[in-house]
Design a protein around this ligand. Structure first.
Ligand code: PLP
Length: 193
């Protein structure tokens, strides 16, 4: 029921790193999913079942289906500032304010890299700050990683945000898609952990 064990084992290494202690200690629950969309949907259902009173904070803008997926799972949605049209960059101050103002223990949907549709990603320093602020508020970070390797050309570099959050000791969720980076769009190969 969990899908291909080998695929899931290898996919964990891509997100967490080849030598991750979390993998060695078997501390990650992961299942194969119907590509990135299916992984997001499974997570939204999981969130509704186990945290029925929670809401999800979604960046403005985002991939349009995020709204459909969490709506169909009956999870209330809020938004957080992300894109700054004037500078065509990140609205870092707005984003950090929204993290601070959200009720403690909220869920935050973050694009791990190559943010869709803007292509704007936080810098490493900004990710460190975001991680710190999310930790202070006891929020739950959920990463949607649909383009690992496409932002920088290096899958390790593109996992940097996730690695920063792991170093900071977060519990986190990740939806992973192999539609684009492995050319498996039609096969619907993804993972939720
Ligand atoms: C941000 C984001 N998440 C998830 C997906 C889902 O991808 P798929 O279900 O094709 O793996 C996409 C695809 O466009 C996306 O851009």
């Amino acid at each position: 029921m969990g899908g291909s064990v080998n695929m899931v084992e290898e996919t964990l290494k891509l997100a967490y790193g080849e030598n991750s202690e979390l993998i060695k200690d078997k501390r990650i629950a992961a299942v194969q999913a119907l590509s990135g969309t299916g992984a997001c949907r499974l997570f939204a259902d999981f969130q509704k079942r186990f945290c029925p009173d929670s809401q999800i904070y979604i960046p403005v803008p985002t991939w349009a289906n995020h709204h459909n997926i969490w709506r169909d799972a009956h999870v209330p949605q809020k938004t957080f500032h992300y894109y700054h049209p004037q500078s065509k960059g990140l609205d870092f101050a707005g984003l950090v304010d929204d993290i601070k103002n959200a009720p403690n223990g909220s869920f935050f949907l973050l694009h791990a890299c190559a943010h869709n549709p803007t292509g704007v990603d936080p810098s490493e320093e900004q990710w460190k700050e975001i991680s710190k602020k999310i930790k202070e508020k006891g929020h739950f970070p959920f990463f949607d990683m649909a383009y690992q390797g496409f932002a920088s050309g290096d899958p390790e570099r593109d996992a940097k945000a996730i690695r920063i959050f792991l170093e900071d000791g977060h519990l986190l969720g990740i939806a992973q898609s192999y539609a684009k980076n492995m050319g498996l769009y039609g096969q619907r190969v993804g993972c939720l952990r």
